[in-house]
Ligand binder design. Structure first.
Ligand SMILES: [Mg+2]
Length: 128
């Protein structure tokens, strides 16, 4: 599946630090045969991925539509249809399906939201 991950408060905290288990989750989803994309309403930001060791798991980085989501995909150059997205905002998940995560605001080494993300995506994959 084409999985689209948000950046701010989804995979990184406000200070730019990586959420726990993101790298492991990206690795596993990639190994499971999914194609991973990252998108952000703040523009295309490859350095966020590079400095966190995620670059190799991500097929492309897009600008995320913030409203009128489906209609704006083409205009923003999102050439791949999202199958599921992972975001701290419910709105976009309601449009494309996926998982709403608890906003990751401050660094928290005990955060395990990514375990839940992996479990839920695996359920979709199995058709549940
Ligand atoms: Mg966000």
């Amino acid at each position: 599946m084409n999985l689209f991950f948000d950046v701010d408060k989804t995979i990184i905290a406000q200070d730019g630090s990586l959420r726990p288990w993101v790298r492991e989750t990206f690795t596993q989803l990639h190994q499971d045969g999914h194609t991973l994309y990252v998108w952000s309403g703040m523009g295309i930001r490859w350095p966020v991925l590079s400095r966190n060791g995620l670059r190799g798991y991500v097929a492309d980085f897009f600008e995320k539509p913030l409203d009128d989501h489906r209609a704006r995909l083409a205009r923003l150059g999102v050439t791949v249809p999202p199958d599921l997205c992972v975001d701290d905002h419910q709105e976009i998940v309601e449009v494309f399906g996926g998982v709403v995560v608890r906003p990751y605001v401050d660094p928290d080494p005990l955060d395990v939201e990514m375990h839940r993300v992996y479990t839920l995506i695996s359920c979709y994959r199995n058709g549940h």
